[in-house]
Design a protein around this ligand. Structure first.
Ligand code: ATP
Ligand code: MG
Length: 546
């Protein structure tokens, strides 16, 4: 969704609410610091007038003492302001990251199935990082610039109101008009740079994952060519963005000089030499905050683009919400009644009826793409069916707490993911407090114990060290061992033996037969041989049961 800059800003500012106190302090310190900075120049002007004999109210050393004091204060105040701003910024980044992760957890896994992971990574890392600019270097500088401009204009107005008007006009031009115009000229270069760099991350990630396919089909040159092309395009875009930033700062500086001359001329005409000197010095040294705003013009586009993408993610609605608040149930069989489901338009499952009596092994047979995995995902409530219902222990699945449901079910997917951790810890995610004996029992059932103890460090071998050297079948058996360890009453096994030889398959099928009566097993496969042990067989064809 494309939001306007103002909306992005409003939403981002909304997040600062809990930190309003620190924000006000940052603005106050920043304002005072900026006034000290201007005071140094202006007091210098008074000292010059004193030296010329045109200003005698205070002695020369006193002027210098005041200048020194202002310089010292300026440093301290600036330190305070920056500390406050960065405290706010990093606190908020932590808060944002926390919220993004919470959202990702809510969106899992349905919404993430179709997402480009590279893009997601760039939102989580660099986009959130970029918002630091907004929180630490945008909000309070805007407030400071406004307050400070009013103060500077009021001071100069003491000589003549027209001079105050010139000050306001100068700051309005430098701080608002120029950034507005330049941001219109720059268009969406910022957005483009961010998009392209996100796509580049995605492409690199994709290439890394598909390394073996690329080598196998001799696509190395092509991938390299494309990478180079994307890299060049991105650097061209970045160059364009930098050129625009350079042009903008040239325009700003020229306009500042013009206004200084206007001020000098007008003040000299209206009030004479001394006021002209002081007023011009005041104006000259007062552009700091407004220039900071103008410089933001270019980066602000980037920030808004980043903010937009972070907000998109934050506002994304999950396919299914987590459920809380119902009384827990114990597993007592499940049933699917007249269930129909589609991911988009095309109906994947239609009018499915299925009985999963407690303690039975139920087989689901069907060719590839017929919707078997989809049915299991629905039983896990990763997705929500639009018609029909799934009942577990005679209660609709949407009335069962998510935690309760997950502890009742063990789902072994077609692809087992192993974390960068030891084998034992990879298994323990299914049961955190599992003892070594429990691990071994589960692994024996999954026919993977002998393999694990043949490794140099046995159960403590880090998976990362094995890299891709684990075979598909070994992974699959580790996945099964997890499920056996979880000891959930309902086992959902998606092609659990697809990568196994008949010997290992036989061990596993025997293990499954042993749990018969205690655990309910849904065994999905397109292999007839696997189905030897099932007590009830369903077959799905084009989304229909037969
Ligand atoms: P296989 O035996 O190959 O594992 P399957 O029976 O498990 O096949 P499913 O994974 O359930 O098949 O997929 C059924 C159909 O739904 C397929 O046509 C697939 O392309 C589609 N599909 C699966 N996941 C999604 C998704 N997240 N979004 C859209 N379509 C999907
Ligand atoms: Mg499948």
């Amino acid at each position: 969704m494309k939001r306007s800059g103002i909306r992005v800003m409003a939403s981002l500012v909304g997040l600062v609410k809990p930190l309003t106190g620190y924000m006000s302090l940052a603005v106050l310190l920043g304002l005072l610091g900026q006034l000290c900075a201007t005071a140094i120049t202006v007091l210098g002007g008074f000292a010059v007038l004193h030296a010329l004999g045109m200003e005698q109210s205070v002695s020369l050393p006193a002027w210098f003492l005041l200048i020194g004091l202002c310089a010292l204060l300026r440093g301290v105040l600036r330190y305070g302001e920056q500390t406050c701003n960065h405290f706010i910024a990093f606190k908020l980044l932590a808060l944002l990251r926390d919220r993004v992760f919470a959202v990702l957890r809510r969106l899992c896994p349905a919404k993430l199935e179709g997402k480009n992971k590279g893009n997601l990574i760039s939102v989580i890392t660099s986009d959130i990082e970029l918002l630091e600019v907004f929180y630490a270097h945008t909000i309070s500088p805007i407030c400071i610039a406004v307050l400070y401009t009013v103060t500077a204009a009021a001071f100069v107005s003491l000589y003549h109101p027209i001079l105050g008007g010139i000050t306001l006009l100068a700051h309005g031009t430098v701080g608002i008009l120029i950034p507005w115009m330049t941001s219109r000229w720059s268009g969406d270069v910022g957005q483009q740079v961010r998009d392209q760099s996100g796509q580049l991350s995605g492409f690199v990630l994709d290439s890394l994952r598909g390394l073996s396919e690329t080598l196998q089909y001799g696509q190395g040159q092509n991938r390299r060519q494309e990478l180079k092309q994307r890299g060049t395009q991105l650097s061209l875009q970045e160059e364009k963005a930098k050129r625009i930033a350079g042009r903008n700062s040239a325009i700003t500086n020229t306009v500042i000089l013009l206004f200084d001359f206007v001020m000098l001329y007008a003040a000299a005409m209206l009030c004479g030499f001394s006021p002209a000197l002081i007023a011009t010095l005041t104006l000259m040294s007062s552009f700091g905050p407004s220039v900071a705003l103008a410089a933001l013009g270019a980066t602000l586009q980037n920030t808004f683009a980043a903010g937009n993408r972070v907000l998109d993610l934050l506002e994304e609605q999950p396919v299914v919400e987590d459920i809380h608040g119902y009384a827990p149930v114990a597993f007592d069989g499940a049933a699917v009644k007249d269930l129909s489901f589609s991911y988009s338009e095309e109906e994947i499952l239609s009018h499915i009826d299925l009985e999963l009596p407690k303690g039975k092994i139920v087989g689901i047979l069907g060719r590839s793409g017929s919707g078997k995995s989809t049915l299991l995902k629905l039983l896990m409530r990763f997705w929500q069916a639009e018609r029909g219902e799934i009942r577990i222990s005679d209660r609709p699945i949407q009335n069962i707490n998510t935690d309760n449901l997950r502890s009742m079910e063990s789902y072994v997917t077609q692809e087992t993911y192993l974390f960068h951790d030891t084998i034992a810890n990879n298994l323990r995610i299914a049961k955190l407090d599992a003892t070594q004996a429990e691990l071994e029992t589960a692994c024996r059932k999954a026919s993977v114990h002998d393999f694990i103890i043949s490794l140099p460090q046995g159960y403590d071998t880090p998976v990362a060290e094995l890299g891709d050297s684990l075979s598909g079948g070994e992974r699959q058996r580790l996945g099964l061992a997890r499920a056996f360890l979880h000891q959930a009453p309902l086992l959902l096994l998606d092609e659990p033996t697809s990568n196994l030889d008949s010997l290992n398959e036989a061990v596993i099928l025997r293990s499954l037969q042993q749990v018969q009566g205690e655990q309910t097993v849904v065994l999905v496969s397109h292999r007839q041989s696997t189905m030897g042990i099932v007590e009830q067989l369903y077959s799905v064809e084009q989304g229909r049961m037969s």
